[in-house]
Design a protein around this ligand. Sequence first.
Ligand code: ZN
Length: 496
Amino acid sequence: MPGVGRRRFCAGWGAAALALGCPAWRSGHKSGSGLLVRGAQVYVEGRLQELDIRAAGGVIVELSRGLTLQGGEHVVDAAGLLALPGGIDPHVHLSASADPPGMEDDYCDNYTHGSRAALAGGVTTIGVMVFPKGDVGAGILPSVQQHRQSIASQSMVDVMLHPVSFTADSDAFAAIEPLARQGHTSLKVFAVVENFERDEAAFTELIRAAGAQKMLTLLHCERHGINKAEIARLVAAGKGGLRHYAESSPVRSEVEAVRAAIKISEETSSPIYVVHLSSAAALERCAAARQRGVRIYVETRPMYLYHTRSVYERADGPLFIGQPPLREEADIDALWEGLRGGLIDTIGSDHAPFTAAVKLDSSATIEKYSAGTPGLQMMLPMLYSEGVGKGRLSLDRFVDLTSTSAARLFGLYPRKGVLQVGSDADITLWDPKLRRTIRPSMIRSQAGYDINIGHEVQGWPVTVIRRGEVAFRDDEVVAAPGSGELLARGPHRPLT
Ligand SMILES: [Zn+2]
């Protein structure tokens, strides 16, 4: 297993007033039979309009006022609700159950568990990281096949796969063209592993090869050497406990990795998507690079918006550990400004579920711990409430951040990410007035906890429609395992 010491490979690198017109939903509803969503405020062409939405064959076929019911159609009365494009969480880790233990099997959610969390949180499409089967140097393509099988039997949401390469050897290069041809138009690379620092020139060429196939490279930006030295220093000083976790990967580690990402993108003319960006300083680097036309895209992660590193002092601090660490208040402010102003393109939960018992294991240290949190379910309700509800984000930005931009970057637009005729009928119906307090009983992930327990939010995804099928309503997931699809995607396209 690559990386620092014996760290586990995971998240960081490696978590109304709605009336249904037809009781048939109770027994599930197939996308082929047609659906009419009535009276919602629908987000179309950049604004809310009171419209009806007709779906047939899984896609939107009409968007208009006063649509009449057609034979065999089911009706969802959505008066008073907002109809927004189904959420896309581009950064999720799930176990593909038959994989050998040691990597993904550390995660406690498979595709069915993850789908439940997604749907209950307004998300209809997820992007899942596919680790190479076995260990470093093993093939990417067999793992993709494993995930394909798990999706076919377990998933209730649509899935895009981000194949991971820990090496830049001939096998990795050989996988690029088949991946692109199969519609897996993204590649995940970890700048935090020792391999990357040792073989940076080879990884640069791998990213060039991916770009040449119109693939987008996702990069985990921390520097191995900096973290290794910091960890050694802390351990020598008797500070190996997890309360010192933030110091084990300082901001400069992220900044130096982002600097490398920018350099590689400039050298190769290949786009790079920085996952889970955590700090103001790293965001500034990305902003400056974008000013001069470098194709650097930025994703941040919910926990960086609501918590600071001070939580690591608490007894339950390990629940908040993901890579990179939580930062300071000033970083939170900068990330919100990035979300508002467009310097941050997407939000991804980096859902990497472990049970609280695993996270709070008293033997864990900064050298060995389970990184990641189960963030998929509450990502959208928290962002809607804290962002749109509190006036920090426009509804336009919310839709861009949670759906449209990810669809564009990952080759899914306009099939996903927009409500228009011809697009998939992935619709999340929000009750903007509903207030709920996040409770453990709501959590669908097998992790059984969420780092936002006790938080009251206003605005809630009450009904979720995936490809014309009601998949979640009345606090119940009603989609069938296996109804989700593995998405074959088009090429990456730059955001304009
Ligand atoms: Zn991750």
